[in-house]
Write a protein that binds this ligand. Structure first.
Ligand SMILES: [Cu+2]
Length: 698
């Protein structure tokens, strides 16, 4: 049953009918490369706060109903200069009514960073002011007709936040500027559930309550509207949310916490890949339906059979624009700007890294720029950098907070196709909390490098941009984009003062900051056998790939019970994952597809217990294992909410479905009758077509 992508030209549609679009006959894929030639490291990394990415400040008034600290943000269209030679780029994003440093500030890509304190709840009003027409092409086929009617719907999900479901920003909690609301927030003739937290809410607004009863960690918040998430997030509706606590504050010998701008040495780095409309758009993409201004965002809109397998298509060929299986950019951004350079001193820094790409996995590495035109020189046989390695990564934590113990990771490990490992393999939505010591690199430049295949782990060289790439016809000039191997550069300058000695080692116990683990970390697998905790119910689940009615690849979550000839179920099929509040469950998720999927759980953090290979071809509901189980990687031993699940493996996780304590009564969802959350793949194009299922806590 396994369906794997193939990269040969599909011939099924050739000469079929007059209606066949031109791109079915050309025999070549439309280049995903559209961006103009942009010089790397030509601008400083954008900082946090005034003059950089805005930090939201609280309103002068307390929140309605709960009386807690309140924030107001609009979700608006704006323009930004993302590179000195590019733009302006039209974007969508968050804009705080009050910004740190006073008043309103120019709206910037990824603006609206919120810094919260553990145990101090906040409440927020979001006002949707988006124009009726999207800045990206919106698919109108299959389930997407609704999205076409309301292209400016949005809802805000606090990714990694432990929130009541009415504040989780699930797909059906969307709202539009003209006061339409999704079916989970307003039943026909029912109350608008957003008004429970704010009776004076105006049409086009939504109110959320975030309890912040979580240990220190980097969370983020972004759009999650049904059928529009992949486009809204790409358009820019995302920002960071940092939770601090006293345990973290007591680790100040690290030179943390606080942003560089506040005298600390904490540097958030949000990584994205994007594509920009160039001056030659009319020849490169003659049917481009989006804005044609140079520097506008470009997004793939054609399901190209040269790039993705085309299956039976009883509904006809895919339309243009069509949803596509995955978007890979040609240009890398750090903190919302193209190929930036960060100046650091010869001392320790705390890097808070988020992979905010649509679909691209990263294998983060650090190399010393060798002064060659591209900064990186590849061995022509191995295609691996010959550069001197940069400093190690000292990993303190991931998306669920600190690890039980820090882990030292060499920063010069290229991707290994046999182990799917490298230095820091980072799926979309995964995060790293790192210490990096630049003290031995005075006067050097260090390149933050990536060589993860895209898609992961199979790889299509056409998505891998660098000078000399053997499989990509685009041969960029060294020193310029398109380049997806180089993200940003650190310029190391002498320190103005000396760091205190580091009192933290790989043996330091960081668990006091974490809620108790359900299983001692890393103990579930011994001698290749996975030992599940006795008495905990086990839920067998599947990751699937098949074709939709237009012959497009579609990814689905499912149980181990076959429906309609496969295990996959649509997002809008009745909920099957309906745990009781407070229950602990083990989920064993068998990946029947050819891709690694970063599976994200709303509401809960999970512990990874193990992974085990199984025979995909004989799977009929119970995996037949083909090798020993192995425990989670050292950097996965803490709490996680986004977990990489590899092809041909069963990934086992454990979680407890505790609902957050809040000072108001949380009504059930009118759509599902419970506390309506979701679990889904965080490859955004998978999530929306249709790799997402309800998670309804009863
Ligand atoms: Cu996926």
């Amino acid at each position: 049953m396994i369906t794997r992508r193939h990269f040969l030209k599909a011939t099924a549609a050739a000469g079929a009918a007059l209606a066949v679009p031109w791109y079915f006959d050309t025999g070549t894929a439309l280049a995903f490369y559209q961006s103009a030639r942009l010089q790397k490291f030509a601008q400083p990394l954008r900082g946090v706060g005034p003059g950089g990415i805005s930090v939201a400040a609280p309103d002068a008034f307390p929140a309605p109903v709960t009386g807690v600290t309140h924030y107001s943000l609009t979700i608006a269209q704006f323009t930004d200069q993302l590179h000195p030679k590019l733009g302006p780029t039209t974007l969508w994003g968050y804009n705080p009514a009050v910004a740190l440093g006073g008043g309103t500030q120019p709206q910037r890509h990824l603006g609206g960073i919120i810094v919260a304190q553990r145990g101090v709840p906040i409440q927020l009003t979001f006002t949707n002011t988006l124009p009726p027409k999207h800045i990206l092409p919106v698919d109108t086929s299959a389930n997407f007709t609704d999205a076409q009617k309301r292209q400016n719907a949005t809802t805000t999900h606090l990714h990694g936040g432990l929130t009541p479901w009415i504040s989780d920003g699930g797909p059906f909690t969307w709202f539009t500027p003209d006061g339409q609301y999704g079916p989970s927030i307003v039943a026909k003739g029912g109350t608008n559930l957003y008004t429970l937290l704010n009776p004076d809410l105006r049409p086009g607004q939504a109110e959320y309550y975030y309890p912040n009863n979580q240990s220190a960690r980097l969370v983020w918040y972004h759009d999650h509207a049904h059928d529009l998430t992949r486009l809204n997030a790409y358009a820019g509706i995302a920002s960071a949310y940092i939770i601090r606590d006293s345990f973290e504050a007591n680790l100040r010998t690290l030179g943390l916490p606080d942003f560089v701008e506040n005298g600390g040495r904490e540097l958030p780095i949000v990584i994205q890949d994007k594509i920009f409309v160039g001056s030659d758009i009319a020849t490169k993409d003659p049917t481009w339906p989006g804005p044609t201004g140079v520097g506008s965002l470009w997004y793939p809109h054609i399901y190209e059979p040269d790039r993705w397998e085309l299956g039976d298509h009883p509904l006809g060929l895919p339309p243009d624009p069509s949803i596509i299986p995955e978007m890979f950019g040609d240009t890398m951004l750090g903190n919302g700007t193209v190929y930036p350079e960060a100046t650091v001193e010869t001392r320790r820094y705390r890097l808070r890294i988020l992979n905010a790409c649509q679909a691209r996995f990263l294998n983060l590495q650090l190399y010393v720029d060798d002064g060659s035109p591209d900064g990186i020189t590849l061995n022509r046989n191995t295609m691996k950098p010959t550069n001197a390695p940069g400093p190690d990564f000292f990993v303190l934590g991931t998306e669920g907070g600190f690890l039980p113990h820090p882990v030292q990771v060499a920063s010069n490990k290229p991707f290994d196709p046999n182990t799917l490992g490298g230095s820091l393999i980072t799926g979309p939505a995964e995060r790293w909390d790192l210490l990096v010591d630049f003290s031995k690199f005075a006067g050097k430049m260090l390149i933050l490098y990536n060589d993860a295949p895209a898609p992961f782990p199979g790889g299509d060289p056409r998505n891998d941009y660098f000078p000399g790439s053997p499989g990509n016809p685009t041969q960029p000039q060294p020193g310029f984009g398109p380049n997806t191997r180089q993200i940003l550069r650190f310029k190391v300058v002498p320190a103005t003062s000396k760091d205190a000695p580091l009192h933290i080692t790989e043996n330091t116990d960081l668990t006091p900051d974490l809620t108790p683990f359900l299983v001692p970390p890393g103990t579930a697998v011994h001698s290749g056998v996975l030992h599940l905790p006795p008495g905990v119910p086990v839920r067998p689940l599947t990751l699937n790939e098949t074709f939709d009615g237009y012959g497009r690849l579609i990814q689905l979550l499912g149980t181990n019970v076959s429906v309609n000839g496969g295990f996959g179920r649509a997002y809008e099929d009745p909920a099957t994952e309906t745990p009781a509040a407070g229950a602990t469950e083990v989920w064993q998720i068998a990946n029947l597809t050819g891709d690694t999927h970063p599976i994200h759980f709303h509401l809960v953090n999970v512990q990874v217990l193990g992974r085990q290979p199984f025979n995909v071809d004989t799977y009929s509901g119970t995996p037949s294992y083909t090798g020993p189980a192995r425990g989670p990687g050292k950097t996965e031993l803490g709490w996680k909410e986004t977990v990489r699940m590899n092809p041909g493996e069963v990934t086992t996780v454990i979680m407890k479905f505790d609902l957050p304590q809040v000072p108001f009564t949380v009504p059930p969802s009118p759509r599902t009758g419970g506390n309506e959350y979701v679990w889904h793949c965080h490859i955004l194009e998978h999530e929306e077509h249709d790799m997402m299922r309800p998670l309804v806590v009863m």
